[in-house]
Design a protein around this ligand. Structure first.
Ligand code: EZ4
Ligand code: CO
Length: 410
């Protein structure tokens, strides 16, 4: 069975998505997610100009060989654009292989290791009362683990905190985490104000919801290692499931310093795109959870290897699953979540109704657990007619500056 054609589909049902569809000579189709938030067209061009011509006529069953051909053959290694493009090809070929086998993909990955994947949702509020309402709404929606983010007194909008519809001045994220603007929105940041505020927020959440509910927090790369060590220590009484992206992750040695100061579990890696980004972190046991996305890390093939490597060092999965991972990328994550031994948790921000008009999903969310379903392949269908109704619109993630104007991590 050979690859007869491959095409990219760019659509914006509430937010931008890039999808690759591969069709075989037998008429079997497979989908892969290639969405890179704010840089969508770079991946689409890379695929269309440099990858699709290489795929035509290849044996659709040779997934590992195709992965190595695209990775080693390009000479230029790694990087989010390249690895998202390879991920899309790899995921589409796994979708095809599982459809041909008549099985859900997780069966080809070794079968189910659990009933479903524990999911966490994003609760947020500009202040504590709004946050507590958001946590309650997530519990009512079935979530059994919750990420907690709040606004910081003295600062305006903070990334990761949903602005209410009432928020004025065009600052409202119409589809967080990106905004449909020709230029990125700029936000202001003050780490000392944040560090003073966050422990009290967790105190309030624990007081309201008790000790059992798993709570997570995302630092979004904004702290120095010593600041992160202090926050981790200050949060120890509230027993976090994890503190995510405390510092910019490419500085792997920074995690040593954080580890020396706190027993709060650490998660990192949503901006990584290769297992090589984790070697120090895993070998020295500096992290507890691996946050890579299937979409940005070379697909099912590369994620399976990365997660197996993490398992050898006692680390678990926490696959990235914001709404800028398409339903195709989410389904791919869920098949891995079900199959691997060292599953930790799955991020799950629900996609909008518009997104689900374009991507028909079969995965389920029940009693806090996600399941990829037993549909053959990934279990996602792309509706071309619906996709054309939502053309691409430029949209960007925000940029962060300190109060004196200095550009900062966010
Ligand atoms: O900011 O996916 O943990 N999840 C996150 C996400 C990321 C976005 C960036 O595109 O931090 O919301
Ligand atoms: Co994050």
């Amino acid at each position: 069975m050979k690859i007869e054609s491959a095409e990219t589909v760019v659509t914006s049902p509430g937010r931008n998505f890039v999808t690759l569809r591969i069709t075989t000579t037998d008429g079997v189709t497979g989908l892969g997610d290639a969405t890179l938030n704010g840089r969508e067209l770079a991946v689409e061009t890379y695929l269309r100009e440099h990858v699709v011509p290489l795929l035509i006529g290849r044996d659709a069953g040779r997934i590992e060989d195709t992965w190595q051909y695209l990775y080693r053959g390009a000479y230029w290694r790694r990087g989010p654009v390249t690895m998202a493009a390879i991920a899309a090809v790899d995921t589409a070929l796994w979708d095809i292989k599982a459809k041909v086998a008549g099985m859900p993909l997780y069966q080809l990955l070794g079968g189910a290791s659990r009933a479903g994947a524990l999911a966490y949702g994003h609760a947020s509020g500009r202040d504590v009362p709004e946050l507590l309402d958001s946590v309650r709404a997530h519990l009512d929606a079935g979530y059994r683990a919750i990420r907690v983010q709040t606004g910081v007194p003295g600062l305006g909008s903070v990334y990761g905190v949903a602005a209410s519809p009432a928020a004025a001045g065009g600052k409202r994220y119409d589809y967080e985490p990106a905004q449909r603007t020709a230029l990125p929105v700029e936000e202001t940041w003050d780490t000392r104000a944040y560090l003073r505020h966050v422990p009290g927020v967790f105190e309030a959440v624990r007081a309201e919801f008790g000790p059992e509910l798993p709570l997570l927090h995302d630092g979004h790369h904004r702290m120095t290692p010593i600041q992160a060590g202090r926050l981790g220590r200050d949060l120890e009484p509230y027993d976090l499931f994890w503190l995510e992206d405390a510092t910019p992750g490419e500085d792997q040695a920074a995690l040593r310093l954080i580890r020396q100061h706190t027993t709060t579990p650490l998660a990192i890696g949503e901006v990584f795109n290769s297992a090589h980004d984790y070697t120090t972190l895993l070998q020295e046991r500096l992290i507890d959870y691996v946050r890579s996305a299937v979409t940005h890390t070379g697909g099912i093939t590369a994620m399976r290897k990365l997660l197996d490597m993490a398992g050898h060092y006692g680390a678990k999965s926490g696959i990235h699953g914001p709404t800028d991972i398409s339903p195709v990328g989410m389904a791919a994550a869920l098949h891995l979540d079900l199959a691997i031994h060292n599953f930790g948790i799955q991020e799950y921000m629900r996609h909008s109704a518009e997104t689900l008009e374009v991507f028909h999903t079969s995965y389920t969310f029940q009693d806090g657990l996600l399941h990829p379903s037993d549909a053959p392949g990934l279990g996602v269908v792309l509706d071309d007619e619906a996709a054309t109704r939502f053309p691409y619109e430029p949209a960007y993630l925000p940029v962060n500056r300190l109060t004196d104007g200095t550009v900062h991590d966010w």
